[in-house]
Design a protein around this ligand. Sequence first.
Ligand code: TYD
Length: 348
Amino acid sequence: MRILVCGGAGFIGSRFVERRLGSTDDSMIVLDRLTYAGGRDNLEAVEADQSLAPRLRFVEGDICDAETVARLVADADAVVNVAAETHVDRSILDPAAALRTNVVGVHALLEAVRTAPALPDGRRRRYLQVSTDEVYGPCEGDPHRETDALAPRSPYAASKAAGDLFTLAAHETHDLDVVITRGANTYGRRQHPEKLVPLFITNAIDGQPLPLYGDGQQRRDWIFVDDHADAISTVLDGGEAGSIYNIPAGHERANVEVTRAILDHLGRPWSLVRRVEDRPGHDRRYAMAGERIASLGWSPATAFDDGIRSTVDWYREHEAWWRQRRDRAWDDYYEQQYGRRLATATTG
Ligand code: TYD
């Protein structure tokens, strides 16, 4: 299969590329805008591997650019869209960026799939949209099922929900072969340090305060990036057209527990934790049921503790990677997001 991976130089995308190329004969084109969250260096391991590199081509570009996208989709049997603005806090500061990539970009890709020349032998071109549990909004009772109504509460979640709805509409209206995955909170190697797990690991390594929002009792289901990448592959190969697949890990933890696990693996003290002003509209809990993807034969393989330990080790061993991302633009973001919060914080 020839796969166009949009956002393949990002966190989840680059791991999907690595693991899928390593386990199949597929070839891939990665299209990536290389925003602050992606990086050419995220594909270095694949490009250094002689059994994988010849099957990968990289194109720098934007999913909103209809011409580029049309040209690349024409050469692909399937499109996997992992390109997204993914950070809730940034979407609160700049919702337009989420709207552009997560909605307009998805629309551009769907249009390219709809209008692309037919594949030989009547084969259909599959479009896989990588989405998130956040589209359901907070979970107050039973874990969310794929048939539940959407109730997004942040600009990020609203933009992802809109992307999902455009994707489903393309199936209903134009009979496109689409599938949607909704992953739980993902962590692992190469995640940009703005997100909870890598932020707390890298701050703790430097002896800097860990800014825990509110009471720290917000709950998330944490999935290791390798498991998430493999689940995307499973749905790409076996998902039913027009269907949604939740990707839960079954590792629900409060933020205080995640923080404790990180500090324990690093051997750093709890006194680094600061209780800071909460995120506005902060969802208390995400949880999803996973029977549908289990029926395709996928289940998560990584225990939470093992995943956190290997992630901590990776950041310890790849200091140059994350220091490069904590540059001047990072300092501006950090000041805007945490400056006042840390100045008015209480100890953990
Ligand atoms: P995040 O990694 O931003 O993912 P999401 O909000 O999409 O679930 O945050 C995970 C949890 O950690 C969330 O409940 C917010 C919390 N959090 C903090 O307490 N402090 C922080 O500095 C960040 C980035 C997140």
